[in-house]
Design a protein around this ligand. Structure first.
Ligand code: DAH
Length: 347
């Protein structure tokens, strides 16, 4: 027979073991393992019950009560230890992941649109505000659309103005977006008001010319369209793109598909028209070609020139970009040198 006092010592030593063995623990996982080793069925607290048989029957109730007390105490002990560990763990995570919101942030550099795209978008914005619709043609074009239908038949001297890349006797890389005029007029009847931006190609290469560049063609056809309408519209466009003080001037010129044809100058935005090196001391800068659509072109597209008239214009987008941003070599627009491109951001 074991006496109760001895067994009470065993109970006390299990309690001590719980306290000492848990004292160095620092996370909830090891607390959980230790708890299992004491409180599982086969755990060290439960094992005390096996002494029951050895206890004098008159003291069994007391012994059982004391073991249960230990169990109750151990449960509370491990619960509060677990809670403490979880709190500490959370604090460690908070500490590790702490963000100092007063620190300056990393400055992220971000790109901007290419100057040619900026000008293209700006022109589209201005003209769509006036009701123009976009028509995009193709870069490979039939000789007929690029030349013949635009009143420039084979052997016409005006073909020399455009150094054409021929893909075959029939097909060319389009030299001008003017070909879009023919496609639109063949398929739509007046009133017509379209804008056609796109790449064009010419065998030409110097500081202001590149074999590939971009143009934007405009075409308006309706009853009673005159050169006055063209000038009024250009005035609005030029002020929006080059500044409110800019004035326009039309000079006689020649294009086979317009009659009369004009070259459009704007007052120099560097010197305000007084004359400087930028405008070669003339006070004016040439920006685009335009004119009244030649009767023959309307006829070629099945539009009666006695009923309808129209104006057309063609703008070089790189040229506008060079003028606006003071770029004196067109190559700078194609070299993708970030030192240049980073300086040009209009929006
Ligand atoms: N296509 C001409 C060129 O590339 C530009 C041009 C001039 C277009 C007069 C037009 C125009 O529509 O009316 O040089």
């Amino acid at each position: 027979m074991a006496n109760l006092e001895e067994l009470q010592k065993k109970i006390a030593s299990v309690r001590k073991a719980i306290q000492s063995e848990s004292s160095g623990l620092s996370d909830s996982k090891t607390v959980y393992e230790l708890r299992k080793s004491f409180l599982d069925k086969a755990g060290r607290v439960g094992q005390l019950m096996k002494y029951m048989k050895e206890v004098d029957p008159s003291q069994r109730a007391e012994f059982g009560k004391q073991v249960n007390e230990l169990k109750g105490w151990a449960l509370d002990y491990f619960n509060s230890l677990d809670e403490k560990m979880r709190k500490e763990e959370l604090n460690r995570i908070y500490e590790r992941e702490k963000i100092d919101i007063t620190m300056p942030s990393h400055i992220r550099s971000h790109g901007n649109l290419h100057p040619v795209t900026q000008v293209r978008n700006q022109l589209i914005e201005v003209f769509s505000g006036m009701g123009f619709e976009i028509y995009e043609g193709t870069e490979v074009e039939n000789d007929y659309y690029n030349f013949t239908a635009l009143n420039t038949p084979k052997d016409h001297p005006a073909r020399d103005m455009q150094d054409t890349f021929y893909l075959s006797p029939e097909f060319v890389l389009r030299t001008q977006t003017s070909s879009a005029q023919i496609h639109v007029m063949e398929n739509e009847k007046p009133p017509i008001k379209i804008l056609s931006p796109g790449k064009v190609f010419r065998s030409d290469d110097d500081a202001t010319h590149s074999p590939m560049f971009s143009q934007m063609e405009g075409l308006v056809v309706d009853k009673g369209i005159t050169l006055g309408d063209l000038q009024g519209m250009l005035d609005v466009f030029v002020k929006k793109v080059f500044g409110q003080e800019t004035r326009t001037r039309l000079r006689p010129s020649y294009f086979p598909f317009t009659e009369p044809s004009v070259e459009v100058d704007v007052s120099c935005f560097e010197c305000g028209g007084k004359g400087c090196s930028f405008c070669k001391h003339t006070g004016w800068i040439e920006v685009l070609g335009a004119g009244i659509v030649n009767r023959k072109v309307l006829e070629n597209c099945g539009i009666d020139p006695d009923v309808y008239s129209g104006f057309a214009f063609g703008i070089g987008i790189e040229r506008v970009a060079m003028l606006k941003y003071g770029i004196n070599n067109i190559k700078q627009l194609f070299e993708s040198d970030l030192r240049v491109l980073n300086q040009i951001n209009d929006r």
